[in-house]
Design a binder for this molecule. Structure first.
Ligand code: NDP
Length: 825
């Protein structure tokens, strides 16, 4: 043992092990391993799959064993949750009491949880004790408040039913809390699967549920591997899936839930940038990096794994990082004096090693501190890779280990370009002493969360979640609550009514007969597609009066195919021609929309003025639009006049909303403020329904525009002319080129290209149930956000269901920008 003078001399710490005896006793008492928590009871599986060993990754020691659930177990859990739903969803006050009790129980057992988590996962006790567990408790107490306030604050919303939740191994209890607390607050019941590598804290939590007064069946916990996750995802009794994990599995889940009507939130991988400007406090930036990439051994979805440093301070910062890393201590996770513990498993350590070897082979320079590493267990040293090019594997792929890849930049635009040059968009960190530059960059970075002069800050009041292939949906805050609720009575009909008014037939049935040349354009003869009155066998050619091209990049553009398609009026007579757009036209429209990115940063005031201007110009053409609508819909003058008037009023409404749908400022219990800013999503593809051909078109376009999105919009296939009439209005209303692009043609064909396009960030589809399923499946490739009608309709005439916050919410994504304040003690 070292003497006191020696310790003063070396300043080295002795071991400071946490007492694990209570946890070990509890583990020893689980004779035969853990069972499943279903309907408030511990049950054995109805299957006979082999048990799953629980292993401490820091030592290889066996801790216990888990049950591999089978399909019948999943079914039982869902049935219990369904049975519990009616009573659980009734009283917000009762739910608040239970959630608060859960928070208190986590606090009461906090040291037990912290030790158990460290043993099971390999993460340092300092982190579980000071971060994971207190934050988990905070999630329950925060959401207790929501449970009680919901009826008053969100009276038009209701819970979804049974929610399936699948969590990863990197923050086992914390991820459970992020999932369970808001879902319970909203009034849902739960079937949750923890990761097979780290299920122990979830099982201890299950044991506390009865003490907290959670009624049987409200929380069900099923252990097992990914196959159990798949069974939960596919179960028809589940109304929503909330998943945190890899982008690869997120994509599978998107595909497998497509068309099921299940709501979905995905919190996936990341490759988050950590940007350091030359005016930054470099020592603070180094401490930030320790928290960004070496915290939890780098096994953090939002880890700042790409360091982007202003060239003038690169050498200085790298020097400081190296000095700091030589003081990092790696060792027994239960030792209170260590900084880094073990990776989740030996297999994962090999994966990290492979990444590093490959990065070196691709030109990166490796540096690791010479610090002692335990001989046993899945330990890996903190690693710095410099000379990393943007094509290097460690720059592109999520390593999920303590590996930092560094590069430099010369100008701010270059920094933004490097930071955004990734398919992910979870989080970003900025270090600069200039508040002006910080906020300017924060807006430009494509990420769901931006930390300024701090990093990896998390709180229940502040939404967390990504953009692009980091997924969609938020956890925490108001936006997180909304993801566990649905609007009450917002839709009319359902899959069963999919064959009524708004539904267009499968496209193979739509175009019949030979293509005929007319007026220099090829024309397709449209079959009688359910007009409101019987159509004649052949369109009357003498009545052709109007021909429209596509509207792309601010002008009328001839379709790539050179083809037009006839449009019939309500009596089946030929009323005009529209472009027969194809995938090339959609691609051109997306390109035009992509280039119009200035719309996203135009002032809300300007967007508002332009919407008012469109409304005014539309009002000038009120009678003309009214006559057109009557002709196409066959409705009475009073009905069509009401639709035109509602369309004008809607534009006025969104002119009003454009500069009023603001964000929030959160004050989490650390010295930070977090600005929750609603940002435009980007390029939205909008597929309009056939009903209310003018009003539905405006009701979808206007909120998207108001929030700063650019749109590629496919109007009603059967009645596109009222929408095409708008092109002239748009041209005379100062709408910048490319903000609105309209392509007509075969709706299904056009939708496929739109939903699969890389540069389309989101698709709104108002059509059939089948069409909705296809859109969701196509969107899986790039993990696009979607809003689909599933064969239902909205009451477009109603201001409650046809406009407002629900639409604005679909047109935005919340970015949380964290700013610390104060530097006194
Ligand atoms: P996964 O995405 O495979 O696992 C996350 C959760 O999903 C686990 O509970 C897992 O079960 C479950 N699961 C696995 N397959 C399916 C499926 N087909 N359907 C439904 N659920 C499924 O992540 P891994 O644990 O395998 O880690 C792989 C990589 O993913 C990491 O190296 C890292 O890059 C990334 N990752 C990202 C996380 C994040 O927070 N963004 C978290 C964890 C990992 P089980 O573990 O029992 O197999």
């Amino acid at each position: 043992m070292s003497s006191v003078p020696e310790i003063f001399d070396t300043l080295s710490y002795g071991p400071a092990p946490e007492d694990a005896s209570a946890v070990r006793e509890w583990l020893a008492a689980q004779a035969g391993g853990f069972r499943l928590f279903i309907g408030g009871q511990w049950r054995s599986s109805l299957g006979d799959a082999p048990r799953i060993p629980c292993v401490n990754p820091a030592s290889g020691e066996g801790l216990s064993s888990l049950t591999q659930s089978c399909a019948q177990d999943v079914h039982e859990a869902v049935a219990c949750a369904q049975a519990a739903f009616a009573s659980w969803s009734k009283s917000g006050y009762e739910r608040a009491r239970v959630l608060y009790a859960l928070g208190r129980l986590i606090q009461k057992h906090s040291r037990f949880f912290a030790v158990l988590e460290s043993l099971d996962n390999g993460k340092p006790i300092r982190e579980t004790r000071d971060l994971d567990i207190p934050l988990a408790a905070r999630h329950f107490t925060y959401h207790a408040g929501w449970a009680q306030l919901l009826e008053r604050e969100l009276p038009d919303h209701e819970p979804l039913g049974v929610v399936g939740q699948i969590v990863p191994w990197n923050f086992p209890l914390l991820m459970l809390a992020w999932k369970i607390a808001p879902a319970l607050a909203a009034g849902n019941c739960i079937v949750l699967k923890p990761a097979e590598d780290t299920s122990l804290t979830a099982l201890f939590f299950a044991g506390l549920c009865a003490d907290a007064g959670v009624p049987p069946g409200v929380v069900n916990i099923l252990t097992g591997d990914g196959r159990v996750g798949e069974l939960i995802v596919q179960h028809p009794g589940i109304a929503k899936i909330a998943f945190t994990g890899s982008t690869e599995v997120g994509r599978l889940i998107r595909r497998s839930t497509a068309g099921s009507g299940k709501s979905l939130t995905l919190e996936l991988g990341g490759k988050s940038p950590f940007v350091v400007l030359e005016d930054a406090d470099l020592d603070a930036a180094v401490e930030g990096l320790i928290d960004a990439i070496w915290f939890n051994q780098g096994q953090v979805c939002c880890a700042g794994s790409r360091l982007i440093v202003e060239e003038s301070v690169l050498a200085a910062l790298v020097g400081k990082i190296k000095t700091r890393l030589t003081h990092v201590r790696i060792g027994d996770p239960l030792d209170k004096a260590i900084d880094m513990g073990a990776l989740i498993s030996p297999a994962h350590r090999e994966r990290v090693e492979r990444f590093v070897r490959e990065a070196q082979a691709q030109g990166a320079t490796l540096w690791q501190p010479e610090i002692p590493l335990p001989k046993q267990g899945a330990f890996y040293p903190p690693t710095l890779l410099t000379d990393v090019s943007p094509a290097n594997i460690v720059w592109r792929e999520e390593v999920f280990g303590p590996v930092l890849a560094a590069t430099s930049f010369r100008t701010l635009p270059e920094a933004v370009e490097l930071a955004n040059n990734t398919r992910y968009g979870l989080a970003a960190t900025l270090y600069t002493e200039s508040i002006n530059r910080a906020l300017e960059l924060a807006v430009k970075l494509k990420a769901g969360v931006v930390w300024i002069n701090t990093t990896n800050q998390l709180d229940a009041a502040c939404g967390f979640g990504g953009v692009r292939e980091s997924g969609f949906g938020r956890e925490g805050g108001l936006e997180g609550m909304l993801d566990y609720l649905r609007e009450r009575d917002a839709w009319i009909g359902g899959a069963a009514q999919a064959s009524t008014a708004q539904v267009s037939p499968p496209h193979s049935q739509k175009l019949r007969g030979p293509l005929a040349r007319s007026g220099g354009l090829l024309a397709a003869t449209l079959a009688a597609d359910a007009p409101s009155e019987p159509a004649p066998a052949e369109p009357a050619r003498g009545r052709i009066d109007r021909t429209f091209k596509n509207y792309i990049g601010g002008k009328q553009t001839r379709p790539d195919s050179g083809l037009s398609r006839p449009v019939q009026d309500a009596r089946g007579r030929l009323a005009g021609w529209v472009a027969n757009g194809n995938r090339k036209d959609i691609r051109d429209a997306v390109e035009a929309a992509f280039r119009a990115e200035k719309w996203a940063t135009a002032t809300a005031h300007l967007r508002s003025q332009i919407l008012y201007y469109i409304a005014e110009n539309l009002a000038l053409r009120r009678e003309e639009l009214n006559a057109g609508l009557r002709r196409f819909t066959g409705r009475t003058a009073a009905q069509t006049r009401a639709e035109v008037d509602a369309a004008i009023a809607r534009l006025f409404a969104y002119g009003g909303w454009a500069d009023k749908y603001d964000g929030l400022v959160h004050t989490p219990p650390v010295r930070n403020i977090a600005l929750a800013v609603p940002e435009p999503i980007g390029v939205i593809g909008i597929v309009c329904p056939d009903e209310a051909p003018l009003l539905a078109f405006i009701s979808l376009l206007a909120p998207a525009m108001a929030m700063g999105n650019r749109c590629v919009i496919i109007p009603s296939e059967r009645m596109p002319l009222p929408a095409m009439d708008l092109c002239q209005v748009l041209e005379t209303s100062d709408v910048p080129a490319g903000v609105v692009n309209i392509v007509t043609g075969d709706r299904d064909e056009l939708t496929e290209t739109l939903a699969q396009h890389d540069q389309v960030d989101c698709v709104w589809y108002f059509g059939t149930n089948d069409g909705s399923a296809r859109v969701e499946a196509w969107a899986a490739a790039t993990v696009k956000r979607t809003w689909v009608s599933q064969g239902r309709r909205r009451d477009w005439m109603s201001a409650r269901h046809g406009e407002g916050r629900a639409f604005l919410r679909q047109a935005t994504q919340i970015k949380n920008i964290w700013l610390p304040y104060g530097d006194s003690a």
